[in-house]
Design a protein around this ligand. Structure first.
Ligand code: SAM
Length: 191
């Protein structure tokens, strides 16, 4: 099948956008799969900043990065993504090539700890501020859990108001799949 699931589609866009030497952010580290992808793409000369509020997520991710020999190019921040700007060095602001959000809860863990509409939107605004011209933000959104729909509506509401002279916003969503398949929102900052 040519149509990719939302998560794989986010990886497709990230692979196009991120090059060796870039700065990238994983706003929801979780088990570290996306962090590893970003770390591979930025290469040894690049830098990845990862955020999560759960120590379990950060330790799982740290282990995965170490196994792949990628730890040296990644800084894991035990903080909410809404505090992204506090943790990003001054020289990275306006220079971030990509920010990945994979919303919801940590697979195989406490499902009550999850991303929330208000902090997600504030983190997205911060991410857009630090993004380089031509950079992208990907947001994989799950509506199959309680509050997921509210979060999706808040994100769409915020994103649809962005000025098209500066930012392009698109949604990728299967319309005929059963079981609440996730959607992908992609934001691209104009050059
Ligand atoms: N990208 C991850 C991967 O590749 O394995 C999966 C992410 S998981 C679906 C969502 C993660 O968001 C959870 O680990 C959760 O702890 C984290 N999270 C929830 N609220 C957050 C916040 N305010 N800031 C950063 N991370 C948060």
């Amino acid at each position: 099948m040519l149509l990719l699931p939302a998560l794989a589609a986010s990886h497709h866009f990230i692979r196009q956008a991120v090059k060796p030497g870039d700065v990238a952010v994983d706003a929801t580290v979780g088990n570290g799969h996306d962090t590893c992808l970003l770390a591979e793409l930025v290469g040894p000369a690049g830098r990845v900043y990862g955020f999560d509020i759960q120590p379990l997520a950060l330790s799982r991710a740290a282990e995965r990065l170490a196994e792949k020999g990628l730890s040296g190019r990644v800084q894991l921040c035990p903080a909410g993504h809404e505090r992204l700007k506090e943790h990003l060095p001054e020289e990275c602001r306006g220079n971030v090539r990509a920010v990945m959000f994979n919303l919801g809860y940590l697979p195989g863990s406490d499902k009550t700890v999850k991303t929330k509409a208000e902090t997600t939107v504030s983190a997205l605004a911060a991410a857009l501020d630090v993004l380089a011209p031509g950079g992208i933000i990907t947001v994989v959104i799950y509506t199959g859990h309680p509050e997921g729909k509210t979060e999706q509506e808040a994100v769409y509401e915020w994103a649809s108001r962005l000025d098209q002279r500066h930012v392009q916003v698109a949604v990728y969503q299967f319309l005929n799949q059963v079981g609440n398949p996730p959607s992908l929102l992609v934001i691209e900052k104009s050059l």
